[in-house]
Ligand binder design. Sequence first.
Ligand code: TYD
Length: 155
Amino acid sequence: MKLEKTLVLLKPCTLERALMGEIISRFEKKGLRIVGMKMMQLDDAILANHYSHLVDKPFFGILKASMMRTPVVAMCLEGVDAISVVRTITGSTNGRNADPGTIRGDYCMSNQQNIVHASDSPESAKAELNRFFCPEEIFDFGTLNIPRLYAEDEI
Ligand code: TYD
């Protein structure tokens, strides 16, 4: 099957605003399968790796602090082309510019308190899933629901 896996984090702002269920529901309704999910408290070490491309940015300190304010929910979502589909659903980084209908466009006003993180490429999805999940925390759903979600020639 041509299924991809990608990482989504529900950020502390999402937990604080009691939006977790609503955001999870959007991914579920789209037809993405949640094949891993857990709540975890992030620390300096994991955030230095996760945001290594941003360590020199002036906002890195407040970004890191904002990601440690509460636990986050880490999810592994699975589907055909899941990485690009989830990025499209997520919308542009800055909620003020994100298109209506996207998660960031519908739920936030911020460039940083922007509801979710989503992997941006196959390489980062692989690295990020390894960073946030042990192999045994990601489940094999087999063909569950696949015939209802896709045509035969899509999988
Ligand atoms: P980035 O990887 O550029 O965006 P995305 O989350 O859309 O993949 O940035 C990672 C996070 O860094 C972003 O979600 C929020 C934060 N950030 C800021 O706080 N200020 C900024 O100016 C930018 C570009 C990002």
